[in-house]
Design a protein around this ligand. Sequence first.
Ligand SMILES: NC(=O)C1=CN([C@@H]2O[C@H](COP(=O)(O)OP(=O)(O)OC[C@H]3O[C@@H](n4cnc5c(N)ncnc54)[C@H](OP(=O)(O)O)[C@@H]3O)[C@@H](O)[C@H]2O)C=CC1
Ligand SMILES: C[C@H]1O[C@H](OP(=O)(O)OP(=O)(O)OC[C@H]2O[C@@H](n3cnc4c(=O)[nH]c(N)nc43)[C@H](O)[C@@H]2O)[C@@H](O)[C@@H](O)C1=O
Length: 312
Amino acid sequence: MNRNSKIYVAGHRGMVGSALIRNLQSKGYQNIITRTSSELDLRNQTAVADFFADEKPDYVFLAAAKVGGIWANNIYRADFLYDNLLIEANIIHSAYQNSVEKLLFLGSSCIYPKLAPQPLKEESLLSGYLEATNEPYAIAKIAGIKLCEAYRSQYGCNFISAMPTNLYGPNDNYDLQGSHVLPALIRKFHEAKISNHPFVEIWGTGSPRREFLHADDLADACVFLMETYNDESFVNIGTGEDVTIRELAELVKETVGFEGELRWNTDKPDGTPRKLMDVSRLHSLGWQHRTDLQTGVSATYQDFLRNQEVYV
Ligand SMILES: NC(=O)C1=CN([C@@H]2O[C@H](COP(=O)(O)OP(=O)(O)OC[C@H]3O[C@@H](n4cnc5c(N)ncnc54)[C@H](OP(=O)(O)O)[C@@H]3O)[C@@H](O)[C@H]2O)C=CC1
Ligand SMILES: C[C@H]1O[C@H](OP(=O)(O)OP(=O)(O)OC[C@H]2O[C@@H](n3cnc4c(=O)[nH]c(N)nc43)[C@H](O)[C@@H]2O)[C@@H](O)[C@@H](O)C1=O
């Protein structure tokens, strides 16, 4: 990829897509093309085919997807499966038809079996049953990995896949039904602090463990892989460290400065007990994350305070 390569970032208004744009621009890549979902619905096969034929991008970052936390994944099961299958199939097939030089597909750590050995090695894919709350989304993400592998083996396309752990950062989704845990906790603790509410409700038991990576680190890893990595095997992207949801809640509570009580709503699902990434493949390639969780949560709360009128 050189500084004048034509780069299509699909999903550029999202948390990951916007981080990719910041990272690419900071490295001097100037020829970036984007479309919002209202300009180009990536579920529309003809529209995607026309877009690729007109624009002929050299490189593609596939960061557009139907995304959400545990509740949204569990309720909108059809949408998470249908939208994601169509988006990735349309883009990957058009990338092949238009001789895209290289494509990076973003999967997720939820592709791994619920009870796979920890930390999760890339080799554990398809070795057991998936977590029920996000099975449709995980199946779509596994299909995306398999599309990249199949177009590589049948047509020689240089399509690679990266599997990020749970992410957070600027432009996250702060909708309390649809969001992931970290933005939900930031918003809940902030609103409880402002309104002097005595407690904050948190879902589940607090015992599940999760690994969190800042979106700017993820973007840096994706650009690194686009610049340097050309193998079929997908690559986990994470920190290699995790915390319990209870520990995360205590950290966000302290960061926000809320002094009330934590109340656990065990009617809400815990989801996977643990999903810690084995990041040895990524480390052996020469990339490591930079932002520790405390620093990242603090920066994300400051970003939330600056942009809360847009976010909520
Ligand atoms: N957030 C996380 O914790 C994790 C995310 N990932 C993966 O990273 C990628 C990016 O996620 P994230 O940035 O968090 O998600 P966001 O929800 O923040 O952004 C998703 C983007 O996808 C675009 N999009 C969705 N549907 C369509 C459509 N039908 N047509 C065109 N564009 C569409 C949206 O565009 P628009 O704004 O124009 O509507 C949006 O900007 C996804 O593949 C996700 O699975 C993986 C692991 C964890
Ligand atoms: C990235 C990943 O994200 C999803 O999986 P998840 O990791 O389970 O996602 P989550 O962030 O929503 O929850 C993490 C944990 O946190 C607990 N929790 C507490 N309180 C709140 C809360 O207020 N909101 C949310 N959302 N969770 C809460 C919650 O009960 C769970 O135990 C996948 O569906 C899939 O999309 C995927 O790949």
